[in-house]
Structure formats: C-alpha cells, structure tokens
Design a binder for this molecule. Structure first.
Ligand SMILES: [Zn+2]
Ligand SMILES: [Zn+2]
Length: 316
C-alpha cells in the first residue's frame, strides 16, 4: 500500500534568528502560513507531522537563557531587534491551534532554539540540552514526542535522539533536493519515492522526497505564467508514484514558505490532489511516527530494512 507523509518545520522567528540579513518576507509569513496550513489540512483531512521549535511554547523568557549551553550570543536577537516581537519568539496560541485541530496531527520536535545539530560548535551537551528542554515543554503540554526534524536538515547527535526515546527523524532526500533542475529531465524523471530505514541507533530515518518550495524567484514566475506550477506537477507525480509502486512519498515545507497567495494555491492544489487520490485508491496518508511504527515493529521478522548507516545517506 502506498503512502504519503507531509512534514512541516514550525518555527516562526527561530528559523532565522541567527541569520543576517533577515529574509523579512519569510519571517513575517510564519504565523499566517501556520494558520493557513492548519486550515488546509482540516479542509482535506490530511494529518501531518508538525515539528515545533520548543521555545515557542514558553510563556515568556529573559532573552538570556543563562542555563542553556548555547554559544555566546545565540539568543541575542531576542534581546535586541526582537525584544518587542513576542509574536516571533513565542507561539503558544498557534501550538494550541495545532493540538486542538480536528485532524490528528503528529506533534514532533524541531529542537528548542533551532540549534544546528551537525555544526562542529554543537557539542553533545548542547544537543542534550536542546532535546531535554523540548521534551520537558512537550510533556507540560501533554505531548509525547516520537519524531525529530533537524533544523536545516543538519543531521547530528543521533545517539542523543535515541537516548531521549525518539523513534524517527527526517533524513535528507537521497535523489532530489527540490532545487536542482526541475527543467533538467535527468533530475526531474528520477523516482520520488523514499525508503525508510532503521539506523544503527534503532532510529527510523524517514527521508524527504521533496521540498515543496525549492523553486523560487523569477524562473518560477515565468514558468507559472506559461504552464502550471511545476512544484504542483512534481508533487502530483510523487503522489501517483506512491499509488503505483506501493511506496512512500515524503514532502515537506515550512509554514513560512507561504509568503504569497500563490503559495496557498500551491498547497491547496497539492493537498486537494492527495485527498482525491486517497479516496480513489488504497493510498494512505501517514505521519513520520506512523512510518516509524510500521518499519520498526516487524524488524527482524518480515520487514524493516536495516541500513548500514542510515544517517549519512543523502546530500546534505
Ligand atoms: Zn528566549
Ligand atoms: Zn527550521
């Protein structure tokens, strides 16, 4: 049976707080995009994996985080430019909306403060603190966390994930990064399906097939005025492949990718198509945790491919 996973990196300001200059449009789109995606998922009854930055669940903070072993200056933006922007630093209202949705979404973690786990400056102590703090907050909200999405897909410290009892993470796309050559047929015609694997830490790597907003700028505008949105066409192809080959298609995005009405239209078209194909065929929509459960349980019996080293595959 084929299935489709949709995962979202829900982060508001935290996806950008270490960047200079700030991509203002993306930063300001986070809240609206979050609500729009919740609405679309409800309209088409699509359960998704929402990886939430833990800091968003705080009521307030001092902008210092003295006890958190992050590098010097990591929280500086909170104390400066964003001191009067609690809407970028906190999102309890949006997390509430997510948890109260009529759709059974998966609540997952996107770390506490969007630390890059693969960076040399991120030592084990920091990785542990990021996990610990996120899970503590999730626990306060009555949430169990199964899945982790690495900030900027920067994979590292998988042993820490395992230590904290997580079961899945999103690996990088093995074949297709969504950016290179949608007009390049050698890339465009590659299979869009991915194979979840169990890594040496007994974590399930649920690799991404496709980033839904990897095709931007003037080229996109030109393409759209001539044909249909190429990302929609590509996502449809992934969904159809999942149906035809009984495989897994995993698409992902940030809510803040919805910066313009045309982005809402793209997501509506994709989710509408997914919902339609699910109705017409035996296709299912799964969360990352669902995938992890079915891949892990039969391990050693009749399934659950064991990769030599699941975390190093990909193109990051
Ligand atoms: Zn803070
Ligand atoms: Zn992120």
């Amino acid at each position: 049976m084929g299935s489709v996973v949709c995962s979202l990196d829900a982060e508001l300001g935290w996806g950008f707080h270490d960047l200079e200059p700030l991509p203002a449009e993306r930063v300001e789109a986070g809240r609206r995009g979050w609500s729009t995606m919740l609405e679309l998922c409800e309209e088409f009854e699509i359960p998704a994996t929402w990886a939430v930055v833990g800091h968003l669940m705080l009521e307030s903070c001092d902008g210092i985080h003295e006890d958190h072993p992050a590098p010097e200056g990591w929280f500086e933006r909170e104390r400066t430019d964003w001191w009067d922007r609690p809407d970028l630093r906190f999102g309890r209202d949006l997390v509430d909306d997510l948890l109260q949705s009529s759709v059974d979404h998966e609540f997952a973690s996107h770390s506490f403060s969007h630390v890059l786990f693969g960076a040399p400056s991120t030592d084990r102590e920091l990785a542990v603190a990021e996990l610990e703090r996120s899970l503590e907050l999730a626990n306060q909200w009555g949430q169990h966390v199964d899945s982790f999405i690495y900030p900027r897909n920067d994979i590292g410290h998988r042993d820490v994930l395992a230590e904290f009892g997580l079961s899945a993470y999103r690996g990088t796309s093995p074949t297709y990064d969504g950016v290179r050559g949608l007009f390049d047929s050698t890339v465009r015609d590659q299979p869009m399906l991915v194979e979840p694997t169990v890594d040496k830490y007994d974590l399930v790597n649920v690799p991404a097939s496709m980033f839904l907003f990897g095709f931007e700028g003037p080229a996109r505008t030109v393409a759209e005025s001539i044909w249909q949105d190429p990302m929609v066409l590509q996502a449809k192809r992934g969904i159809d492949e999942a149906v035809r080959n009984d495989g897994l298609f995993h698409m992902w995005l940030h809510p803040n990718n919805l910066t313009h009405p045309r982005d809402n239209r793209r997501m509506r078209a994709i989710l509408e198509y997914l919902s339609r194909r699910r109705a017409e065929t035996d296709l299912t929509v799964e969360t990352m945790a669902d995938v992890a459960r079915r891949v892990r349980v039969p391990r050693g019996v009749d399934g659950g491919t064991v990769a030599a080293d699941g975390g190093t595959m990909g193109d990051d």
